[in-house]
Design a protein around this ligand. Structure first.
Ligand code: SF4
Length: 336
């Protein structure tokens, strides 16, 4: 179900704007789970009241937590089952963050990503994206939602934008706390500028070498790193939120002195932060995770050369933390 279909269904059942808003708020903010006060029955028209149990059951059936995998860092990875039996991953991050999935599988095929291995299985619908937030909120407060789980949000743009708009209005998430994370796509850059709810942007850059990027991200839109950074920078300045440049660190591939030079040449003077994320080893991927002290040295060198750099760790690494690994393991695709 998409959110616009849900809204149409509520209206067909007799909901006015205030009824619709109340039902959607209660669902997306998991207010009922936390003992939120229900309005008196007289608040709803009789026809809607009669249909409400069925609608609420349908909302509850959109997604369920299939398994929970707590990490030592306070994160919790959730394997989320969808109504048709497909599964996606959501990750509760420390400090109120939640990482959601926008697709089952992914067509971009990044060489270092487990999700990309199986290709795209299906799109996640906008109501299923919000259902991931509702499920997480039933467990704890969520104040920040990042679209960095399974899938490339640009490849499911209508649903992702609908979910972002919803979360930034009915869903009580601050606009700068919604993070659209992409490998970069002209359609997404163009669309983001037109949004009423403008999210912050994270750009998965990974290298400043166009040929290497084509190898690492074989089915990403063919934009050069230069063009990507220019488009991201323009949106960051227009939205008022600095861009997060994502760089998965692969030993010997993109952690070399020439990579540092490339980063400085491309990002110096840009309004953003570079997040270095050491690769989370996947058996059989052919990539290695750099040693921690090498990652720290790289971050320090970049900082000294004028690039705001943070060394990050993907949450829940001790519990199959890489994107798609949990799902793959549940399906028996990952190694022991
Ligand atoms: Fe898709 Fe993201 Fe994985 Fe790349 S890293 S294959 S864009 S899910």
């Amino acid at each position: 179900m998409h959110l616009h279909e849900l809204r149409a269904r509520l209206r067909a059942a007799g909901a006015g704007p205030s009824h619709e808003r109340r039902i959607l708020r209660t669902w997306s903010q998991a207010l009922a789970t936390h003992g939120g006060k229900r309005p008196p029955a007289s608040f709803f028209p009789a026809g809607l009241l009669a249909e409400l149990p069925a609608i609420e059951a349908e909302l509850a059936g959109l997604a369920h937590v299939q398994s929970v995998h707590p990490g030592a860092d306070g994160s919790q990875r959730l394997l989320v089952g969808l109504a048709d039996g497909q599964t996606v991953e959501s990750v509760l991050l420390p400090r109120g963050g939640l990482c959601v999935s926008s697709q089952v599988g992914c067509a971009v095929g990044c060489q270092f990503c487990m999700t990309g291995r199986a290709g795209l299985l299906r799109q996640v619908r906008s109501a299923e994206i919000v259902a991931q937030v509702a499920l997480a909120r039933a467990r704890r407060a969520v104040t920040r939602v990042v679209f960095m789980g399974m899938g490339e949000p640009s490849h499911n743009l209508d649903a992702v934008m609908e979910a972002i708009d919803f979360l930034g209005t009915v869903g009580n998430v601050g606009h700068k706390n919604l993070v659209f994370s992409t490998v970069g796509d002209p359609r997404a850059f163009e669309r983001l500028h037109r949004q009423t709810v403008r999210p912050a942007l994270a750009l998965s850059l990974h290298t400043t070498d166009a040929a290497l990027r084509r190898r690492l991200l074989p089915r990403a839109p063919d934009m050069t790193p230069q063009a990507l950074v220019e488009a991201a920078d323009a949106y960051g300045r227009a939205s008022g939120y600095p861009v997060q440049y994502q760089w998965t660190l692969l030993a010997g591939i993109n952690d070399r002195p020439e990579d540092i030079d490339g980063i400085v040449a491309l990002l110096h003077g840009r309004w953003g932060v570079l997040n270095l994320i050491p690769f989370n080893s996947v058996e059989g991927s052919g990539f290695d995770r750099p040693a921690l002290d090498a990652c720290e040295r790289m971050a320090g060198t970049l900082h000294a050369r004028g690039i705001l750099t943070k060394l990050r760790h993907s949450a829940g690494q001790d519990v199959d933390g890489g994107c798609g690994q949990l799902r793959a393991r549940a399906l028996g695709q990952a190694g022991p």
